[in-house]
Design a protein around this ligand. Structure first.
Ligand code: C5P
Length: 214
């Protein structure tokens, strides 16, 4: 049983997916941290982000271990280091590389194969698990997503709303227009516009859809 939660940056997927997983006793898998981990490790190893074969090799060799909001890459705590504007940009760049996606999608399918998982990302319902039992697509107005992101204490960098909005727009554009697995809503996904909703309201809506489906 896989519950897929997709949507753009700053929409609150992480908070919602974590709460839904806890309510169901399912495992939570954040696939965004995998792209962030690859970008972080490529930076450390000084692998150019345009070198697709080398970055795919980094993806193969990267061990990601998440617990709650904490993240370890190859045993090192990178929870803060992967949530910076530099890694935002670098992760969106490595996410455009088809060979990198192939490596990470294979890992994600392995993680989901045991079932009882809530997996969040951009392409979970469209590419990773097109047969997911429940597909949710969270959206919100760009200004609201920028506001949420600017208030997120887990995210380093500028908290100036205009700067955050500019960076978010650039990342959205990159995620929506890439040739492989662009951010898009699966035709059979449930759309929830979270603009103006609280986290509790969004979680309640997702749980109602889950209960109505399972
Ligand atoms: O969700 P998060 O913002 O942490 O993801 C970081 C980046 O990783 C996104 O901007 C996107 O480019 C990429 N990503 C992706 N596919 C996923 C999850 C994340 O392309 N399933």
């Amino acid at each position: 049983m896989v519950i897929a939660i997709d949507g753009p940056s700053g929409v609150g997927k992480g908070t919602v997916a974590r709460a839904v997983a806890a309510a169901l006793g399912y495992r939570h898998v954040d696939t965004g941290v995998m792209y962030r981990a690859v970008a972080w490790k490529a930076g450390r190893e000084q692998v150019p982000l345009g070198d697709e074969a080398a970055i795919a090799d980094v993806a193969e060799r990267t061990d990601v271990e998440a617990s709650g909001t904490a993240l370890r890459v190859d045993g090192e705590d990178v929870s803060a280091a992967i949530r910076t504007p530099e890694i935002d940009r670098a992760a969106a760049l490595v996410a455009r590389l088809p060979r990198v996606r192939a490596v990470l999608v294979a890992k994600q399918r392995r993680l989901g194969s045991a079932g009882r998982v809530v997996m969040e990302g951009r392409d979970i319902g469209t590419v990773v698990f097109p047969d997911a039992a429940v597909k949710i697509y969270l959206d919100a107005a760009p200004e609201e997503r920028a506001r949420r992101r600017s208030l997120d204490p887990a995210h380093a960098g500028s908290h100036d709303l205009a700067t955050v909005r500019t960076e978010l727009d650039a990342r959205d554009r990159s995620d929506r227009t890439r040739s492989v697995a662009p951010l898009a809503m699966a035709p059979d996904a449930h759309l929830i516009d979270t603009t103006g909703l609280t986290v509790v309201e969004v979680v309640d809506r997702v749980m109602a859809i889950v209960r109505g489906t399972l």
